[in-house]
Design a protein. Sequence first.
Length: 727
Amino acid sequence: MNVPRQKSASTADQDSPEDRVGRFATIWCRAIFPSTATSLTRPEFEQHLLPLARGLSDALHAWPFDPAPAHRVGGDLVAAHCTDPDALSRTLGVVDSYLVLYCGARDAGLDLTAEEFRNRCARLQHSLAAGFSQALRERTLAEQEAIARSALSARSAAEEALHVTETRFRAVFEDAAVGIGIADLDGNILEINGALLRMFGGVDHHVRSRKVNEWVHPDDAPQVWRLHAELVRGDREHYRVEKPYYRNDGTVLWTNLTVSLLRDAEGKPQYQLALIEDTTERRLLNLRLRYEATHDALTGLPNRTLFFERLEKAVTAPDAMRFGLCYLDLDGFKAINDSLGHSAGDRMLVEVADRLQSCATASGEMVARLGGDEFVALTTGYESADEVEELAVRILSVLATPIRIDGRELTVRGSVGVVEGLSGTQSAAEVLRSADITMYRAKAAGGNRFQLADAEADARAITRHGLTTALPAALERGEFFIEYQPLVHLGDGSVHGAEALVRWSHPQHGILGPDRFISLAEHTGLIVPLGRWVLEESVRQARGWQQLHPAHSDGGPLRINVNLSPTQLYHPGLVADTVAVLERTGLDPGALCLEVTESALIGADDDLLKPLRQLADMGVDIALDDFGTGYSNLANLRRLPVSVLKLDRSFTQSMQQHPADPVDLKIVEGIVALAHSLELAVTVEGVETGAQADQLKELGCDTAQGWYYARPGAPDRIHTLSLADAV
């Protein structure tokens, strides 16, 4: 067909959405106008198509997606006298080739991939074809049924009277495009027209030799013969069903069958009139479109849509039927795409799909691809829960053999989450979510293994996800606050300073400690703005303490300790942010101590240490937190810009037993001696008893913190704290 040349990509991108819809309507008009029977001119017909094109474009971008508007477009084409079969063929071709091209990109549209747009386009074609066919069928059947009734009346009249009426009846009966058959109430076929004969293969005796009630097919709907019996008895005037027939060559003819009861002059049932429309080709088209919409184009496996249909059926099955789901994600697949290219990655996915199909061949088992490198295997109707685990083992086993691509042998590993249960206990979405969470637990455990679903682990993961998504808004709404735990000088018991500890006042979960959300903030990148807020609030509080109590007991200002996460260490704005906060608040750099965990500095190079050295040169103290838990070389202390060692609480916990472990005492004594020889102060965490405090004082530790002195609390308690407040 003649279609206009496509615009260049750059020109099309400059068009507005309405311009692109208009362009699509122009192409559509030129494609189908020659086959229409309309009285409109070509420009008028194009204007008639414009709202239909706009409806298809809107349906392509609708959320949630609904192909129903395309069904109405098909009906509108028939209403516009585009009833030629070639009009439908050309329309589907235009939609397939140009709808996504011209209407796929919109300024405020959905963020859909090209594959998702193509899937939507395929479903719109299916719906448009169905709407066209339904409208054409209803129009044709209405016309032909009237013709057929007239034909039968003409035939009866012809038997009684005029030959001319018989001639007219025969002309209408034989030339009808719809198959027409007339039978008596016993099912004996009396008349058939040429269209019906051609539908069944052109062999007259094959049709006439059988009674109506002998045309049974295994795929007949349950109500077909019940409706027929009601019609023959006179309890029903007509019925319409979809029915398959066997042709004389064994092939299947699919039809839309309309059967009407014809009565004599006294109203008694006399004949049954059948109008048969051949829908075989349309059914094949529908099946093809259905297949494309429910199967993955790359691997041929069922896609997410079909899998959800099967899963929904499994979880809602009656009588508590067992079902099992294995959710597979390939380990390290991104590295293959990045190193060997997407073509190699696609071939690997095809091979993986073939292997998965080979290990899930039993009745009730299916394999699907959800997208990317994620696959699922569903099994139903088994007897023992162990069978689901065996399926997971088979999946990992078939992946164990390396895949050869472009002369390379690639090792395939996967992580599998396994969910097993009874229908009626969970929804399909809940089952898939549990399998997904479980799969990530298997991946976090090292991969190349399967994990069984655990309700408590799922709940924790869901809570973590909820906290992760709530973090940005929580910072904006001011849900975070800071508590301060005093740092006490072991020599005289005076308050040396305080460590700032951030808390989250969550609306549902209450007060959350940093162990519940700091790692989530690290993962999402929110740790940088959160850490900047903690630094500014803490420094401002320290400056407020100094202004309220300039004459501190030890002659110096109260110090503030602020924790830095590893991500903050790598952030390029660390030094600038710290300097800006100190300048805005007026706090002396010597009153600020930044705490960095020992593990964050293991193997740190000069580039990572440079910001810490700059801060140390300004007078800011750097504390090495959790010292003694990592594997750093003690000799590296000489190159680290630290001025304080904070011993991990594990050392103080060993002192709770009586007598204290002499080995731990020697270790602490050695660390203190080493630190003092390097002119480093030593702080100890987790002090809970007076015996611990006395022991640490004897070992030479400088400062301590813990519940023995005070729990973390509001800032107004810090300046009044003394040893008398110890718990």
